[in-house]
Design a protein around this ligand. Sequence first.
Ligand code: SF4
Ligand code: SF4
Length: 178
Amino acid sequence: MTKVNTSDSDPHEAVSQLCPACGLCCNGALFADVKLQRGDHARHLKSLGLVLERKGKIVRFSQPCACFDGKLCRIYADRPVRCRTFECRLLQDVQSGKLTVSLALARIRRARRYAGTVLNLVRKLGQQDEHLSLSERYQKVFAEPYDLSGDLKVIRLRGQLLQAVSKLVNIMERDFLT
Ligand code: SF4
Ligand code: SF4
């Protein structure tokens, strides 16, 4: 297992320093799916445990990824092209020296905290599809009709969810998406 180094000494060690503490690009918080690219071998990836779906010419797998163990990628050496080439903004900023590792880790902790809050709220609101990405889950909750004169607890939870989602989306756009 990769050791997390919280020192700021070597920005080139960013992947091993940040990713095991994060996982947001594998656990369904940042993306709903990943499309296979030229150079990927679908049959091989399937044999490693990825659950692939084909729609026309596009082959994709959903997130949370079946090969994510909660901390690391179980098929790291064989992971798809998109996973190899993706570098979130935080990672890029640490690698270029714009951001320290400790500041990046603090931003990861904050993003994970908000993702956890959103997850708790969608569960409390009855959304139990654990195989769906976080965005699909909160969209399903918001798509459900509800009665403003109904259960106060539900109205309050939906308000909290709206606020947490708005905060999470801002964090993802600012710190992670490129
Ligand atoms: S979102 Fe960035 S820091 Fe987090 S696991 Fe993915 S590449 Fe690593
Ligand atoms: S294959 Fe590995 S790197 Fe790619 S999304 Fe799944 S767990 Fe993450």
